[in-house]
Design a protein around this ligand. Structure first.
Ligand SMILES: Nc1ncnc2c1ncn2[C@@H]1O[C@H](COP(=O)(O)OP(=O)(O)OP(=O)(O)O)[C@@H](O)[C@H]1O
Length: 387
C-alpha cells in the first residue's frame, strides 16, 4: 500500500500537492511551520479523522469554510484509487474515485499507524488508551469488531444508567436486580467476544514483537484481564457470568459497572518493571514504537501489505542510536513519513535512494536540498508544490 501523492486545500495552514517517496519521507522545518499538519492530513485521508482534535472544523484554515485532502493510493502495480475527505463546517464528505461513499465503505482503503505525542498515552497514560490501541489493531483485521465494541459500550451505558438510578434512590434495588439481568447476559456474551479478540491480537503482537530492537532493555507485553486470579480464564464466559452475578451488590453500591473487559489492561514491562512508573521518557517512546512496529507486522501477516507509518517529531527523546535502529528496521518495509526540526540528524541514516526530504515553510512544501529533490524525483518522477 503506497500513498503516491497528496493534495491539500485549506487544511490548517497547508496547501499544495506533494508526490511522496515509496520508502522514507522526511518532512523537516522550523517549529510551527506545519510539519505535523502534513502528517495529520495523511491521517485524515486514511481514517477520516484527525489525531489532534475531534472537531473537524478546527482543521479548516482560519477564515475559510471548506478544506479537503485528496490522495492517490497504489494498492498494487495495476490497482490504484483516489481518496478524498472534504470538510465543511462540522460535516465531512468522503469520496473514492470521485464517488461519494459512506464511512463504512471508505474506511480500510488506506491503513495507517501514527506515532504522535498524544499516542504516548498508550504507554504513559491510563488503561483506556492501551485498550484503544488493542481495539484499533483488532479492527484493522476484523471490520465487524466495530459492531461488537459499539454493542458492548451501548449495553454498558444502559447498565450504568440503571446503577446510577439506584444510587440516586430513583430505582428500588430489587427492581434494579431484575432489570440488570438481561444487560448482564449481553455483557457476558459481548465481553467474551472482546476478551477473545484482544487475547488473540496480543498473541499475534507477541509473535512479532522485537523485544530488543533498541539494544539494552527488553520490553514485554501481556494482556491483563481484570478477572485474572478470580477463576479459570480459559472458560472466560463462565467466569465473567459468575463475576457479574457475584459483584452485583458491589456494583449497586458503587453506582457503576465494575466487571468486564472495559476494566482490562495491557501490561508493558521493560526488564520486568512497569514502564509507566520506571521507564525514562526515551524508554517509553521506544516501547510505543515497538508496539507500533508489531502492529505493522501483524497487519502485514494478515493482509500481505504494510500500513503507512507516521512518526511525528522523531528526534524528541530518542537518541541517535535508537533512531538509527528504527530507520534501519523500517527500510524496505513500510512507507514511512517522519517529521523533525533537525533534518541533518536523520539524513545520515539512509542512503539517498531510499529517502526524500521535504522542507516545510509556512505550510508549503518547498524544494529542499538538491539531493532530497533528486531522491524524490528518482522514485516518483515528479516533485512539485502548488502554492
Ligand atoms: N485551522 C488552522 N488554520 C490555519 N493555520 C493553522 C490552523 N491550525 C493550526 N494552524 C497553524 O499551523 C501551525 C502549526 O503547525 P504544526 O503543528 O504542524 O507545526 P510543526 O511544524 O509540526 O511545529 P513543531 O516543530 O513546533 O512541532 C501554526 O502556525 C498554526 O498557526
Amino acid at each position: 500500500m503506497l500513498l503516491e501523492s497528496l493534495e491539500v486545500h485549506q487544511f490548517r495552514n497547508l496547501s499544495g500537492k506533494v508526490f511522496w517517496h515509496s520508502n522514507l519521507n522526511i518532512i523537516y522545518g522550523d517549529n510551527g511551520q506545519g510539519k505535523t499538519n502534513w502528517l495529520e492530513a495523511i491521517y485524515l485521508l486514511a481514517t477520516s479523522k484527525s489525531f489532534r482534535t475531534s472537531r473537524p472544523q478546527e482543521t479548516i484554515r482560519f477564515g475559510a469554510n471548506l478544506a479537503f485532502v485528496r490522495g492517490r493510493v497504489r494498492q498494487s502495480e495495476a490497482v490504484s484509487r483516489d481518496l478524498q475527505v472534504t470538510l465543511q463546517g462540522n460535516s465531512k464528505l468522503l469520496f473514492v474515485n470521485g464517488k461519494k461513499e459512506q464511512t463504512s465503505a471508505y474506511l480500510g482503503q488506506l491503513q495507517v499507524i501514527a506515532f504522535t505525542a498524544d499516542e504516548l498515552e498508550v504507554v504513559r497514560g491510563a488503561p483506556e488508551a492501551r485498550r484503544r490501541f488493542l481495539d484499533r489493531g483488532v479492527l484493522a483485521l476484523h471490520h465487524a469488531y466495530i459492531q461488537t465494541l459499539a454493542d458492548y459500550n451501548q449495553v454498558l451505558r444502559q447498565k450504568n444508567r440503571l446503577l446510577q438510578e439506584v444510587a440516586e434512590g430513583r430505582l428500588a434495588v430489587e427492581r434494579a436486580r431484575e432489570l440488570l439481568l438481561p444487560w448482564n447476559e449481553q455483557l457476558a456474551e459481548l465481553g467474551t467476544e472482546i476478551h477473545c479478540a484482544r487475547i488473540d491480537y496480543v498473541k499475534r503482537l507477541n509473535a512479532v514483537f522485537e523485544k530488543k530492537l533498541f539494544g539494552r532493555e527488553e520490553v514485554t507485553i501481556r494482556y491483563l484481564s481484570s478477572l485474572e486470579g478470580k477463576g479459570d480464564l480459559s472458560d472466560y464466559r463462565l467466569l465473567l457470568t459468575e463475576r457479574l452475578n457475584l459483584r452485583l451488590p458491589a456494583e449497586i453500591a458503587a453506582g457503576c459497572a465494575l466487571v468486564g473487559p472495559h476494566r482490562d489492561d495491557l501490561e508493558i514491562l521493560f526488564d520486568g518493571r512497569d514502564i509507566r512508573a520506571y521507564g525514562s521518557a526515551g524508554q517509553q517512546r521506544s516501547a510505543l514504537i515497538l508496539l507500533d512496529l508489531a502492529a505493522l507486522s501483524v497487519y502485514h501477516s494478515w493482509c500481505g501489505e504494510y500500513p503507512l507509518f507516521l512518526i511525528d517529531d522523531i528526534d524528541a527523546e530518542l537518541d541517535r542510536k535508537r533512531i538509527g535502529h528504527l530507520l534501519e528496521y523500517l527500510e524496505g518495509r513500510t512507507q514511512t513519513f517522519i517529521t523533525t526540526s533537525k533534518a541533518d540528524l536523520i539524513r545520515g541514516y539512509s542512503s539517498d535512494q531510499q529517502v526524500a526530504l521535504y522542507e516545510v515553510k509556512e505550510g508549503l512544501i518547498v524544494p529542499s536540498s538538491s539531493e532530497g529533490v533528486r531522491a524524490a524525483s528518482q522514485m516518483e518522477g515528479v516533485f512539485r508544490s502548488l502554492s
